[in-house]
Design a protein around this ligand. Structure first.
Ligand code: AMP
Length: 192
């Protein structure tokens, strides 16, 4: 099962990515986590990415694409993976499509986590207090939501046109949302 998870920050992608990876016995590739670990280890990539993360801006496409393509070439991603936080731009989605087409291993679906802005603010403010993420201040949260609306939201149409979009109501109990996703994937596989 090859899945991508799309949605604004705070929509619950990370939580569901971990549950889906456990269900499908596959790796999660979470670009935000990879960048944060580079930042805390002080690598060259981390030093490059930090200013973007702190501002809530996207790391430039060529850097992210290169990093994800290398990760997807590892053997644990050969058949299945859950991508959390990638793609975030049309250029990233196109790069992913090209890579998967070469390997004749298409995506099963792109899950779009639908959630209201009020609910997002509530969640992100809670996460800021609990995790002390430097990019969860109110100003950065607003900026990250704008970046999502401008750069990432077009991917909803992109995957809808490709027949891959699965909309997920992202409000509710964690296990209920996982069930909605699994039911939606099941329906897609029986209707194709
Ligand atoms: P996340 O944990 O997914 O919210 O990502 C945290 C930060 O990492 C983002 O605000 C960006 O600065 C950076 N980032 C993560 N994934 C990407 C991506 N696919 N493209 C560009 N920047 C990214």
């Amino acid at each position: 099962m090859r899945l991508v998870l799309l949605g604004p920050p705070g929509a619950g992608k990370g939580t569901q990515a971990a549950r889906l990876a456990e269900h499908f016995h596959c790796a999660v590739v979470a670009t935000g986590d990879i960048f944060r670990s580079h930042v805390s280890n002080g690598t060259t990539l981390g030093r490059l990415a930090q200013e973007y993360l702190d501002r809530g801006d996207l790391v430039p496409d060529e850097i992210v694409i290169d990093m994800v393509m290398q990760r997807l070439s590892q053997s644990d991603c050969e058949k299945s993976f859950v991508l959390d936080g990638f793609p975030r731009t049309v250029a990233q989605a196109e790069a992913l499509d090209t890579k998967l087409a070469e390997a004749e291993s298409p995506l099963a679906a792109a899950l779009f986590f639908e959630i209201s802005e009020e609910e997002l603010f509530r969640r992100l403010a809670g996460r800021s207090a609990a995790l002390h993420r430097s990019d969860d201040t109110e100003q950065t949260i607003r900026h990250r939501l704008e970046v999502f609306a401008i750069k990432t939201r077009p991917l909803v149409d992109y995957y809808e046109r490709g027949g891959l979009l699965l909309r997920v109501d992202a409000i509710g109990a964690i296990s209920e949302i996982t069930k909605r996703i699994l039911d939606g994937l099941e329906q897609r596989s029986t209707s194709t």
